[in-house]
Design a protein around this ligand. Structure first.
Ligand code: 5BU
Length: 477
C-alpha cells in the first residue's frame, strides 16, 4: 500500500478536523453491505470548509507528488471535483473535467479542457471502496487518448480498489487508509467504551469484505475485430451479422419507422447497399400483408442485410410464443432478430427457444434504452446481462447505450438514439453521435431512424452515417 508520506501529526490534525465538520461521524451506522459501522464518512461536506479543502488538496498532492508529476489533473465527479480544482490552482497543473452526464451530443466534449494525446492525467478521488467510479473516469480519459498511471485518494477503505486498479496498471496512493483513520481516532480519545468495541469488530469484519466491482463497471476492453467475434458468437444470427459487417464494411442499422409498405420497400431499396440491418415495427404498417414481407426479404437478399423486428416482447413465455409465431404478423417466420424485455424474468426466453432452434434467429435483450428517464438502469441492466449470459444459444446481443464489462465479445451490441445534429425529440428520445456511441461507449452497431428516413436524401445521409460509424469502429483497432 502506498500510503502517505505525511507525518502522523499532520494526519491526526486532518482526521480531527474532518470529525469536527461532520465529514467523519462516529456512532452506529448500517452500511449498504449490512455491516454495522462505528464510522460514517461523507466528504461532500468539505466544500463548506474552504481552508480545510485547500489543505486536503495539498496533502493529497504531497502524497503523490514524489512519485509522479502529472501533466493534468482530473477529479472523479462530483465530490472530488473541488479537491482537484484546489490542487490545480495551488500547484498550477491544468485540469480536465469529465462530464458525468450519460449523454453527450453535438459539440459537447466528454472531456473538457485542453490536452493532447498521450498526456498523463492524475486522477483524484475522495475515497475508494471497489474502485468502480475511478475506473469509469479512467475509461473516459483513455477514450480520448489520455493516459493514467496514478490515482490519488484521501481515504482508501481497503475493500478491493487497490487490487482492481493494480490489475489495470494503475497505482493507488492514499493519504490514509480506513485502519489508519480509526487508529488516529482511538489515539485521540475520540473512540472509547462500547464504540471502541464496535470499532474492533468493524475492523475485523471489514478486513474480509471486498466490495466487488459491479458487473456494470466499464472496462477498456481490448479491441477484437468483427471477423474474430464471428468465431466467438454463440448464436447463429450473431455469427452471421458479425461476418456480414466485416465483409460489407458497415455497422449501420436503419430504423424504418414508416407506415406504408411501399414507402418502406422504396427506402430499403435505396439504402440497402449501405446497411447491415433494417429494423422494422411491423405493427405500425397500415397496409401490412405477407407480400410485403416477401418483397422486403427479396430486397434484403439482394443487398445483403438482415431484418430486425423491434417487437419488444415482454410477456410470459407461453404468451410470447403465440405473439412470436402467430397472429397477423407471424414474426418467427421472417425476422432474423427480435427485441425482448426482461420484466417477466428469464423464462420469457423459453417462449422463443423451439422456434429459433430451427431458424437460428437471435434475441436482443433490452439492457438499456435511449429515452429520458428509462428504467432499464442499474440492477435491472445487470440482470439483463446475466440473462443473456445464461442463454447464449438464443441471445445474440444487447440493445444498450454502452459496453459494460460483463458483455462478452460473442454478443452484438446495438445502440439506438443516434443522430448527427439533434439532442433529442419532444417525446423523450435522446441522441448521441455515431462516433460517441461506437468509439466512446464502445458498442458495435448504430441504429438510426429519423436521421435517415426523414432526410430529403436518405441514400446520401445513410452513406454519411455509415462512413462515420465504420471509421469510428476502425479507429478502435
Ligand atoms: P429515431 O428516429 O432514430 O429516434 O428512431 C429510433 C428507433 O429505435 C425507433 O424505432 C425506436 O423504436 C427504437 N428504439 C429507441 O429509439 N430507443 C431504444 O432504447 C430502443 C429502441 Br430499445
Amino acid at each position: 500500500m502506498t500510503t502517505s508520506i505525511l507525518s502522523k501529526e499532520e494526519i491526526k490534525e486532518l482526521v480531527l478536523k474532518l470529525n469536527e465538520i461532520g465529514a467523519v461521524k462516529l456512532g452506529e451506522f448500517k452500511l449498504k453491505s449490512g455491516i454495522i459501522s462505528p464510522i460514517y464518512i461523507d466528504l461532500r461536506v468539505t466544500v463548506s470548509s474552504p481552508v480545510l479543502l485547500a489543505s486536503i488538496a495539498s496533502m493529497m498532492y504531497k502524497t503523490v507528488y514524489a512519485q509522479s508529476k502529472p501533466e493534468l489533473v482530473c477529479g472523479v465527479p462530483y465530490t472530488a471535483l473541488p479537491i482537484a480544482t484546489g490542487m490545480s490552482i495551488a500547484h498550477n497543473i491544468p485540469m480536465v473535467v469529465r462530464r458525468k452526464e450519460a449523454k453527450a451530443y453535438g459539440t459537447k466534449q466528454l472531456i473538457e479542457g485542453i490536452f493532447k494525446e498521450g498526456d498523463n492525467v492524475l486522477v483524484v478521488e475522495d475515497l475508494v471502496t471497489s474502485g468502480a467510479s475511478v475506473l469509469e473516469t479512467v475509461r473516459d480519459l483513455n477514450s480520448v487518448g489520455l493516459t493514467v498511471t496514478d490515482v490519488v485518494v484521501l481515504l482508501d477503505r481497503q475493500q478491493g480498489a487497490k487490487q482492481e486498479l493494480e490489475k489495470r496498471g494503475l497505482k493507488l496512493h492514499s493519504v490514509f487508509t480506513m485502519e489508519e483513520l480509526i487508529n488516529t481516532l482511538v489515539e485521540a480519545g475520540k473512540l472509547t467504551g462500547p464504540t471502541l468495541e464496535l470499532v474492533k469488530n468493524f475492523l475485523e469484519a471489514n478486513k474480509n469484505v471486498v466490495v466487488p466491482l459491479p458487473s456494470s463497471a466499464p472496462v477498456r476492453a481490448p479491441f477484437v475485430s468483427f471477423q474474430e467475434r464471428a468465431k466467438l458468437a454463440t448464436n447463429p444470427t450473431a455469427n452471421k451479422l458479425f461476418q456480414l459487417m466485416a465483409s460489407k464494411k458497415t455497422n449501420l442499422a436503419v430504423a424504418v419507422d414508416l407506415t406504408v409498405k411501399q414507402e418502406i420497400l422504396d427506402l430499403a431499396e435505396k439504402i440497402g447497399s449501405e446497411i447491415c440491418v433494417l429494423k422494422t415495427h411491423v405493427d405500425i404498417v397500415q397496409d401490412y400483408d405477407q407480400q410485403f414481407i416477401k418483397d422486403l426479404q427479396a430486397i434484403a437478399a439482394k443487398h445483403n442485410f438482415l431484418i430486425f423486428e423491434d417487437r419488444k416482447f415482454a410477456d410470459i413465455g407461453n404468451t410470447v410464443k403465440y405473439q412470436f409465431e402467430n397472429g397477423v404478423y407471424e414474426i418467427s417466420k421472417w425476422a432474423d432478430m427480435v427485441t425482448i424485455h426482461g420484466v417477466a424474468g428469464p423464462a420469457i426466453i423459453d417462449g422463443f427457444r423451439e422456434s429459433i432452434k430451427t431458424t437460428g434467429a437471435g434475441l436482443l435483450l433490452l439492457a438499456q434504452m435511449s429515452s429520458k428517464g428509462s428504467m432499464c438502469v442499474g440492477e435491472y441492466t445487470n440482470q439483463m446481462v446475466e440473462m443473456g449470459k445464461s442463454n447464449q444459444d438464443a441471445v445474440m446481443g444487447f440493445i444498450c447505450q454502452e459496453r459494460l464489462s460483463a458483455m462478452s465479445d460473442n454478443f452484438v451490441l446495438m445502440t439506438p438514439g443516434v443522430q448527427f445534429n439533434s439532442a433529442g425529440d419532444s417525446m423523450g428520445q435522446q441522441y448521441n453521435t455515431p462516433e460517441y456511441v461506437i468509439k466512446e461507449k464502445n458498442t458495435d452497431v448504430i441504429i438510426v431512424g429519423r436521421g435517415i428516413y426523414k432526410s430529403s436524401n436518405p441514400k446520401e445521409e445513410a452513406i454519411k452515417y455509415r462512413t462515420a460509424s465504420w471509421s469510428a469502429y476502425e479507429s478502435k483497432q
